[in-house]
Write a protein that binds this ligand. Structure first.
Ligand SMILES: [Zn+2]
Ligand SMILES: [Zn+2]
Length: 237
């Protein structure tokens, strides 16, 4: 299977591309609005044909994409950007040095640490890369976390790509409990979670694999509880 393409919510789609080189799903998201299509992340260049095929499935072409928002500058999130000639492309300025290819100047490096672009509210999350952003689509209550919180290299939930995914949530909680977020990065991660938890989220769309539906604030609170406990024990030692 080369990719999965599913509806997340009305007019919002996930494209999860199987990357055999990295043994992971790389996710991109299309938000179809009357102003045009917004694409969140664009996968690697070698996956561009899958983006074109997915758009075709909903009767669209790359020319219909008018806004591209990149969560961060890693190759699996920006390399496919070049085929979207009509899109204004945005990324946080601190990601500039991460982009070797494609031509970085096709991006606008004008996003701040918090702001609104069209009907997306975005937030600097301070973890994974220096300028990682989360995007919250206000009308649909869908949050795009990029790799701040993702399931890189993990299998999909037994319930499917877009699902409650309790199995994946439990795995993440276990991963955190077992020190999966390095000690010196834990504080940044927790601050990002606190910042993110102001949003009323129905669906959490991650950078790799699982798309989580429902009770997102509860999941974030559970992560915070575990993370805070870890931090307390670390401070004591
Ligand atoms: Zn990344
Ligand atoms: Zn990634």
């Amino acid at each position: 299977m080369e990719y999965l393409f599913e509806e997340v919510k009305e007019n919002i789609y996930v494209l999860a591309i199987w990357d055999s080189a990295w043994n992971s799903y790389n996710n991109c998201y299309f938000i179809v609005q009357k102003e045009g299509i917004t694409l969140i992340d664009s996968s690697k260049e070698e996956h561009s044909s899958y983006l074109v095929q997915a758009l075709k499935q909903i009767g669209k072409t790359p020319e219909d994409v008018t806004l591209l928002l990149a969560t961060h500058g890693h190759e699996d999130h920006v390399q496919g950007a070049s085929i979207f000639k009509n899109a204004k492309k945005y990324i946080h300025p601190q990601e500039r040095s991460l982009i070797e290819y494609p031509e970085p100047d096709q991006f606008h490096f004008t996003l701040l640490d918090h702001g609104v672009i069209q009907n997306f509210e975005y937030l600097w999350v301070g973890h994974h890369t220096p300028g990682s952003l989360a995007f919250y689509h206000q009308p649909s209550k869908v949050l795009f976390t990029g790799d701040f919180l993702c399931f890189f290299g993990d299998p999909l939930s037994k319930d499917g790509l877009v699902s409650v995914s309790n199995d994946l949530r439990l795995e993440w909680l276990e991963f955190l409990r077992n020190g999966g977020v390095e000690k010196d990065k834990l504080n940044g991660f927790l601050n990002g979670l606190i910042a993110m938890n102001v949003f009323d989220v129905d669906v959490m769309c991650t950078g790799h694999g699982g798309v989580l539906v429902g009770d997102i604030q509860l999941f974030v609170s559970e992560l915070l509880t575990i993370g805070n406990k870890l931090q307390e024990t670390q401070e004591k030692n």
